[in-house]
Design a protein around this ligand. Sequence first.
Ligand code: RBF
Length: 169
Amino acid sequence: VEFPEMDGSTVRIGIIKARWHESDIDSLVAGVKESLKECGVPEDNIQLQEVPGSFELPLATRYLALSGAVDAIIPIGVLIKGETTHYEVISETVTSSLMSIGMQTGIPVIFGLLTCLTDEQVKARSTGANNHGLQWGKAAVEMALLRQSAVGGKKKFFMGFRSEEHTSE
Ligand code: RBF
């Protein structure tokens, strides 16, 4: 997916990573950081926290969203189908919880969950030019800027439906 040129110098990003499949997660986090840097997000505006596993991502994301400390959140987890039903049981519920936190709080939540059948699939999506972290960072900046234009700064509640002169300060 293509992203426009973006100025992320005013954007604050929260990254929450799960500790399962650590080396893959670290590679995804590195991809995110690289793309945030490319968009000009200052390092001081990026905070990184961690949780035990993907199941814990939604609650931590909700805490961070409610804190008001960030403009977008990238929860990062890797779920690999294994010998138990864990993957089937939590993939959809974690996904729908993350979506719902974005909807409830108005803080953009990026879908940073890799749901894979094999280790090879994980590697293909977390390394090199196809490192999905590269897209997640840009998606976070784009959504944070969209939020700023919708509800942030002086243009409170400006959704683009009215001209700027009629927008309440
Ligand atoms: N967490 C992950 O982030 N990725 C996994 O692939 C993963 N696999 C798990 C498999 C089993 C059988 C169990 C019990 C847990 C797994 N977890 C995984 C951890 C889970 O998301 C959560 O952190 C723990 O269950 C504690 O609530």
